[in-house]
Design a protein around this ligand. Structure first.
Ligand code: GLA
Length: 375
């Protein structure tokens, strides 16, 4: 008697947001990043619905439903685009997708730089991979989620967010080499310090196009460097000496972008040393240097986050602070002595309210596992 394999009809999945300790805007330059998955997450509940091609996707947090036809996936706008993008990429790789219903809710703040978009993409891809036994590997799920963003949403993002969402490990940072995707887990030993996120509540409308502009500027920098140094494949291969050798032939803006990326890659390596030696002052200094580079050279900060960073740094107990994520709003990441966290967060909220008339959003960071099935 043959036993038919049991079909999975119902499934719940958790997909986390992410932080990034250091290595901002280095991923699409084949550089190094140091992200981690966090406790803020999206929870999905999937059911097969028996239809060959009709899907119902409901965001309970937004109170909105998207009806999708697998045969006619169209680019639209907003969160729906991430969904359609992932479905399109899954269909490209496997013809086994069928109709399903999914509800999801999230406590990852949108636009805060915590990559709610990667959580949406990866949670959906991960859940459907199991529900319909598509047989895709974690790396394929990461890549297809990134490509959904490139091809449907139009942001030419790197691979860090999706990698962190899928591969995160509790209480560890992921040292990821974005050139070959080799990675290593680094214990998040912060001694008597904690990470505090302060959301600015700001997300500039031009963030996506400005992000793509930065990427293009880096590519321009590589092209100029290659005229003199053909061995350079990406900014990962470049040094400050290479840049200085080009003095006249490289526009100042492009030079500043390249310099930031070169220095940020070096900071990721230095951060590993500080973590290994429990040198929290050293780590804090690296965060603050990164902020200065992102503000002055890469120019992806904004007055609100600069204020949160500068104010935090004026408080005792704050060892370092920087803007985190793609930039143009979002949040600051602060390294704070644990006993000062509560006081710092109250004082920062007060100062922000007084200066900008807005509420800052403090978030506690717990470093969690990556995307997973939940019971
Ligand atoms: C966004 C992108 C990532 C990365 C960061 C900046 O989050 O999705 O790929 O480039 O910005 O480090």
């Amino acid at each position: 008697m043959s036993v038919s394999p049991s079909i999975i009809n119902h499934l719940s999945v958790v997909a986390p947001g992410r932080i990034n300790l250091l290595g901002e805007h280095t991923d699409y330059n084949e550089g190094l990043v140091l992200p981690a998955a966090i406790g803020q997450q999206m929870v999905f509940t999937f059911d097969r619905n028996g239809s060959p091609d009709q899907c119902r996707i409901t965001s309970t947090s937004l109170g909105k439903t998207l009806q999708a036809d697998l045969g006619h996936l169209q680019p639209s706008s907003g969160w729906e685009n991430y969904i359609s993008g992932v479905l399109r990429e899954l269909l490209k790789r496997s013809g086994k997708l069928e109709g399903f219903d999914v509800d999801f809710k999230s406590d990852i703040p949108v636009g805060a730089g915590l990559s709610s978009s990667a959580a949406l993409e990866c949670g959906l891809a991960f859940g459907l991979n199991i529900l319909f036994e598509l047989g895709l590997s974690p790396l394929e799920l990461i890549r297809l989620s990134q490509e959904a963003e490139h091809n449907f949403v139009g942001t030419q993002c790197g691979i860090m967010d999706q990698f962190a969402c899928v591969m995160g490990r509790k209480n560890h940072f992921i040292l990821l080499d974005c050139r070959d995707l080799q990675h290593r887990y680094i214990p998040a030993n912060l001694g008597n310090c904690s990470l505090l996120l302060m959301g600015s509540g700001i997300k500039h409308a031009l963030a996506e196009s400005a992000y793509n502009d930065r990427r293009a500027e880096c590519q321009r920098g590589v092209a100029l460097l290659r005229e003199t140094f053909p061995e350079i494949r990406s900014l990962r291969d470049a040094t400050g000496e290479h840049l200085n050798a080009l003095t006249d032939s490289i526009p100042n803006t492009i030079k500043k972008r390249c310099l930031y990326v070169i220095e940020e890659n070096a900071r990721v390596l230095q951060a590993l040393q500080t973590l290994e030696h429990g040198d929290m002052e050293g780590l804090g200094a690296l965060l603050s240097q990164s902020h200065r580079g992102l503000r002055d050279d890469y120019q992806v900060s904004c007055p609100e986050v600069d204020f949160l960073v500068d104010t935090a740094l004026s408080f005792p107990g704050v060892l370092g602070a920087r803007i985190m994520g793609g930039g143009f709003g979002g949040c600051s990441l602060n390294l704070v002595r644990s006993e000062a966290v509560e006081w710092v967060q109250t004082a920062l909220c007060k100062a922000y309210r007084e200066s900008f008339g807005r509420e800052a959003e403090p978030l506690e960071v717990r470093i969690s596992d990556g995307v997973r099935v939940c019971s």
